[in-house]
Ligand binder design. Sequence first.
Ligand code: SAH
Ligand code: SF4
Length: 443
Amino acid sequence: MSPIDATGDWTAGANPDAPDREPREPSSGRARRRARESGDSRPGLSGLGDGELEKWLASRGQPAYRARQIRDAVWRQNASTAADYLTVPAPLRSLIDESFRVDTIAESEIKVADGGLTEKTLHRLSDGVMIESVLMHYPARGYAGPGKPLHRERHTLCISSQAGCAVGCPFCATGELGFGRDLETAEIVDQVRHAARRVAASGSHLTNVVFMGMGEPLLNLDRVLESVAILADPRMFGLGARHVVVSTSGVVPGIKRLTALGPQFTLAVSLHAARDPLRDVLVPLNRRWPVAEVVAAAREHARVTGRRVSYEYVMISGVNDTEVDADALARLLRGDLAHVNLIPMNPVAHTPWQASSPERVAEFAARVRRGGVGVTIRANRGQDAGAACGQLAADRAGEPEPSVVAHRRELIVRESETALRGSRSAEELPADLEAAVGKERDR
Ligand code: SAH
Ligand code: SF4
């Protein structure tokens, strides 16, 4: 929806980038407690979609061709201040500065890991909220002929769609933080602009974007779709839509909306267990949309779009890595246009669990493969930089009370023991998650 009405004024509430939008309800999560009222109500310039900049310019009596100059400054030149928009006259630069945040990221802190192949970035947004993105470099490899690598070099950016997350998966640092707030469109795409600047400085360009940072993208789907449209637009970032992955913990109505849009990007589903009792614990959203419903929606997505669905499966020792789990997974996905990625759990604070051993992961992969489903074992990136999703932001949010940590561990152990005996969780959805899910269901 356009944030600008026919007169060129910002429409209240039509877009979260609009200055006078309603603040959302406060949440009980640590991330939300950290969020301060924004002191800066200007919308983010890079979040303006197709035609919106033109409308704004027209409302200010500016010629339409300025749109291209501004867009080139934002996307080609990737300038971080309006003062650097050299082709734009000074009075218009001042007007842009008064009306928009030219960069929605106030500050970034980078931690390098894996000998420079992984760069984990903690961003502070203009209201003080902290989010993360991770840039992963994959050098060219293999030989397909002189000067022709089998696999070209790739630079993949993992971005956040929300500050914190309401889903609360117990192995995820973001889940422990709780829900902070939805990101605005510009805050999503500015993560890409920042990383693109760093990649360009080394003479390359960003090739892939994955929504696998903080947050559940399908619970902020309007903003995610706006940012994908901007990233895919050749006049803006120009990333092939096929080079975008959206990962979900299983928001079924969201998957159905994506399916209706056709083949826009790759869908990844965070499965982590093929059995409901266990998935109720590992991905609490399963209590609302169980395994069969999630997989049915993903299967339909593959059928309609012709695109293979990726299933993410975090391997946790003694919890979801048994032969029974491997067989259940193979039975669930056999015959589907699907591929499983096994990811040994990144160590995070405050869980009682460990990653499965490399031998266990290999045995599990072999068994699933024998069961007729394609599997890849994914290497963990950036463990030495606290690369588990949300870990840097969690560290920054401060250590929770020891009694809260002890209670959380006890609950995880109790719930997973119940699950391993095969009983479904009797726990209600937490209030934050219930609210987020309700909003999606009532659309
Ligand atoms: N909320 C979405 C996307 C962000 S999480 C989702 O869950 O799909 C992106 C991926 O990181 C998910 O597959 C998630 O399960 C995984 N992840 C979270 N914590 C992890 C950890 N400690 N170790 C390994 N993977 C983790
Ligand atoms: Fe949220 Fe994804 Fe983390 Fe689960 S794994 S808490 S859905 S960010």
